[in-house]
Design a protein around this ligand. Structure first.
Ligand code: PMM
Length: 284
């Protein structure tokens, strides 16, 4: 993946009927491709195409149906020069999408859902996001049980890295992700955002996916405790982007790209102005 002197913005493109915030909107391939182009023109560095919802309780999708959803979208956007990431737990989907031009495999299970994923990623030689995960969405919230959430997530991600490397995945290809909202309650998500330095200490780039998630809705609940609607969590999402970028995150994964694209540039400008920072950017 191209080097950048700032946090990357990964635009979410869910080609699903049932994702929590945009389910059904981009199920039609032409609509999905068009939305992918909009994400790029809004400033996305990568477009993350997904064909299986991971919302709590969502039904699983088989590889064939998932390929039917995502392949035309991955193929078209990659052919237009976009950097495409494929959000999948299925090795067969990852392999087909890499053939179609995807440069990154984003696996929310970190290789645990499909035992053949690591081999596919190893032989494809693409970048791989290993997210912290404790099981499929039908049972993940029962597993939101930690002694010290930051230490536990760091330890489990370290195990993922060791396992992936032992299966042939290049260490340099691995990006880690704390998996906000996956077997996490709100307090766990906040602790993990505060714990970004400990995640970075794993020595791998860190991707943060907070966009529109329910812990933001809960934070912004009205006086009677009704969570802020999913359509009104963008400013909070942008605030997380600014904090994550300032804290050294490699990428943020967001639905609404434009504001986060600005926020990562603000964070980079502040970092560049720090005494002792190397000269970066256009110099103006
Ligand atoms: N969150 C979702 C889906 N995929 N991938 C990574 N790497 N990290 C995340 O936090 C993540 C993800 C769920 O959000 P969505 O349903 O809005 O895509």
């Amino acid at each position: 993946l191209p080097g950048l002197d700032r946090c990357r913005v990964v635009g979410v493109l869910n080609v699903t009927p049932d994702s929590f915030s945009d389910g059904g909107r981009w199920l039609d391939p032409a609509a999905a491709i068009d939305h992918g182009r909009q994400l790029i023109s809004a400033g996305a560095d990568l477009v993350d195409v997904g064909g299986e919802s991971t919302r709590p309780g969502a039904a699983r999708v088989d590889s064939e149906e998932e390929c039917r959803r995502v392949l035309p979208v991955v193929r078209s956007l990659a052919a237009e020069g976009a950097q495409v990431s494929i959000d999948t737990m299925h090795a067969a989907v990852a392999a087909a999408c890499v053939d179609a031009g995807a440069v990154l495999v984003n696996d929310v299970s970190g290789g645990q859902a499909d035992p053949t994923m690591a081999g596919v990623v190893a032989s494809a030689g693409v970048a791989y996001v290993a997210m912290h995960w404790r099981g499929h969405s039908d049972r993940m919230q029962q597993r939101a049980d930690y002694d010290d959430v930051v230490a536990d997530v760091v330890a489990e991600l370290a195990q993922r890295i060791d396992d992936l490397v032992s299966r042939g995945v290049a260490l340099e290809a691995i990006v880690v992700d704390p998996g906000l909202g996956f077997a996490k309650r709100a307090e766990h998500n906040w602790a993990l955002l505060a714990g970004l330095p400990a995640l970075l200490a794993l020595g791998r780039p860190v991707l943060v996916g907070a966009s529109r998630k329910s812990f933001l809705g809960a934070l912004l609940a009205d006086g009677s405790g009704v969570p802020r609607d999913v359509s009104e969590r963008e400013a909070a999402t942008t605030a997380v982007t600014a904090l994550a970028a300032a804290g050294g995150a490699w990428a943020v994964r967001v639905h609404e790209v434009a504001a986060s694209a600005d926020a990562v540039r603000v964070a980079a400008a502040v970092a560049a102005a720090r005494p002792g920072a190397a000269e970066v950017g256009g110099g103006s």
